[in-house]
Write a new protein. Structure first.
Ligand code: PLP
Length: 355
């Protein structure tokens, strides 16, 4: 039985060379390579600058701190996302207001954001889920500061605009299996130099004349940034490969069994994940769990796209779209090192195990 892994970093000679050069330089903590990575990411998205940090979760926390969000404030975020955005809101002492998603795009529903806003809403965290930009146009019209969470999505566009270029602040994650990885790592980017300067003062202690309890040590190292620069140079190739493999899934999976990822007009998808939903009635929630284990038995590593929606952790009612997606969505193997044969094999197993 051959294993078809769900996700895997794409690392090769470029990364090895870049890391070796940093080691030979003797300067391994944050230095010129971090600065180069920050400039490269800002140029890629089309923003003024970026501040590299130790993770995407830290990037979210520092973005909120830079906006002055704290006790008595609330921040809107979707229920269908990993717990990192919720944790960042807790860290700054604000209240998280969860809203349901659009079950077709898996992204925040702007109408529900409008309903959830209060006079104390200071920001909306907008994760662009699985490679598809959220409806930035409708969200922008609400005139609440947006923190674009690009942990899943780089290189996609919404109405011709690069994802990450629209919000007040943008955060990235460079965790090992992300579109672009550094092992662990993150970045906050913006066109607003004053906000970036605040984040620089928060990521490193003894950077400001007065003590700030929100500051800490959240730096990225040159070793990590060297991998990031090498990955950024290959990001176009990585995205092309993902797009080819996604096209193959689209050609192979029958529409009467699987709902394939939607790409609304005016948006592009970069397929960080290829998330499908089983057509209604094919499996009950219990059978769905069983289906996932049968796939694993055949060597096909599929995952629930979100480990546990936030409202389920928090035991909050009335998130019907998140529930519906949670009970029927599967993330299929997709990463640049997968072969086309592996995709065909995966598609076959997915159909066989449904019968
Ligand atoms: C949407 C989203 N935001 C933030 C994060 C947190 O990133 P990190 O794991 O680098 O802390 C993740 C993690 O995968 C994520 O999926």
């Amino acid at each position: 039985m051959t294993l078809i892994p769900h996700s895997r970093p794409s690392l090769g000679p470029e990364e090895l060379r870049a890391v070796t050069e940093v080691i030979q330089s003797g300067q391994i903590t944050g230095g010129p390579v971090v600065a180069q990575f920050e400039r490269g990411m800002a140029a890629y998205i089309g923003l003024h600058g970026g501040v590299a940090v130790s993770s995407g979760t830290v990037a979210l926390e520092l973005a909120l701190r830079a906006l002055g969000v704290g006790h008595g404030d609330n921040v809107i975020l979707p229920s269908y996302v990993c717990s990192a955005p919720w944790l960042a809101v807790q860290r700054v002492g604000a209240q998280a207001r969860l809203v349901d998603i659009n079950p077709i795009t898996y992204n925040l529903d702007p109408h529900k954001v409008r309903k959830a806003r209060t006079s104390r809403t200071r920001a909306v965290i907008v994760p662009h889920m699985f490679g598809l930009p959220a409806d930035l146009t409708s969200l922008q019209a609400l005139e609440i500061p947006l923190i674009e969470d690009c942990a899943h999505t780089l290189g996609a566009t919404e109405q011709g605009r690069a994802v990450g270029s629209v919000g007040t602040l943008t955060v990235c994650s460079f965790y090992a299996t992300k579109l672009l990885c550094t092992g662990e790592g993150g970045m906050v980017l913006s066109n607003d130099e004053a906000l970036l300067e605040r984040i620089r003062a928060l990521r490193e202690y003894d950077k400001a004349p007065s003590l700030n309890a929100g500051a800490g040590n959240s730096k990225l190292t040159d070793l990590q940034a060297a991998i990031g620069v090498a990955q950024l140079n290959q990001l176009g190739e990585f995205l092309d490969k993902r797009s080819t493999l996604a096209g193959l899934y689209r050609d192979t999976l029958p529409a009467e069994m699987f709902t394939l990822p939607a790409v609304p007009a005016g948006r592009t998808h970069v397929y960080y994940r290829f998330v499908v939903r089983l057509m209604k009635g094919l499996q009950s929630p219990d059978e769905f769990t069983d289906y996932l284990s049968r796939l694993a038995h055949r060597g096909l590593q599929c995952r629930k796209p979100v480990f546990r929606p936030l409202h389920r952790y928090l035991e909050l009612p009335d998130f019907p779209c998140s529930d519906e997606v949670d009970e029927s969505a599967i993330s299929l193997p997709l990463h640049p090192s997968l072969t086309e044969d592996a995709i065909r094999q995966a598609a076959q197993i997915l159909q066989e195990e449904l019968r």
